[in-house]
Write a protein that binds this ligand. Sequence first.
Ligand code: IPD
Ligand code: CA
Ligand code: CA
Length: 262
Amino acid sequence: MNPTESILLEKIAGAAKEAGKIMLEAEDIRHTIKAKSGHANFVTAFDERVQEYLFAELGAILPGAHFVGEEEGAEVFKEAYETGYTFCIDPIDGTSNFLTGYRPSVISIALFRDGDSYLSVVYEPYHRLLFTAAKGEGAYLNGSRLHSSKEPLSRSLVSFGTSPYDPELMEKSFELCKMILPRCIDLRRSGSAVWDICQVAMGVTGMFFECKLRLWDFAAAALIVEEAGGRITDLNGSKLSMRGPSSILCTGSGVSQEVEHL
Ligand code: IPD
Ligand code: CA
Ligand code: CA
């Protein structure tokens, strides 16, 4: 990584850590809930506050950058984002965890350059876990290099997401669970897709899948897991478009040898 890139990554990480304080200091979270469209899709005042903070800080770091953020509404990558810098942010991934006190919840920031994944920062404030990646330069957790697991599926934990805001996908999600459970050690459901993908990057789990995620749910973590030697595609095994919602199949290097699609 050249010095300019590492300074940029450091500044973005600094903004994520500061934003993490908003989550750590949050009180009375349930009283700030607003419902969004879709089943059990909530936003709290803190999701909005973290996003506002990041838009302001990151906008000052890279003036002129575009923003795609969960609480901003735009779901797809617009043509204007194909040139220059674009941040894709999930201010709090794991909002239902955040408002109930279940863990984890994380801040997710992806930076695209001319439409391509460039830098990623994911921050879990409760244990001060900082995941970073730069295209072609590896992925790190608090400065230590990450490597996905070489274990086969039969010796791996598998996590999955339930696509909770798209109830029409419930049958399919649980059909996949029934198919995979007998082939792995066991299944896990964390409540944060960003965290789940980072767990594959860490080599803790061997695989993660979810029938539908939005761009901000996977943009940053996708680069992290790829830089850790894992693979991330849609459920059919096709390359991610990184331009809008998608199904997700993410595998460590071991499981990648045997599972190419679901
Ligand atoms: C959700 C979480 C969850 C996943 C959902 C996401 P949010 O994001 O990542 O694990 O199952 O599909 O939408 O709403 O907590 O930011
Ligand atoms: Ca999310
Ligand atoms: Ca969110």
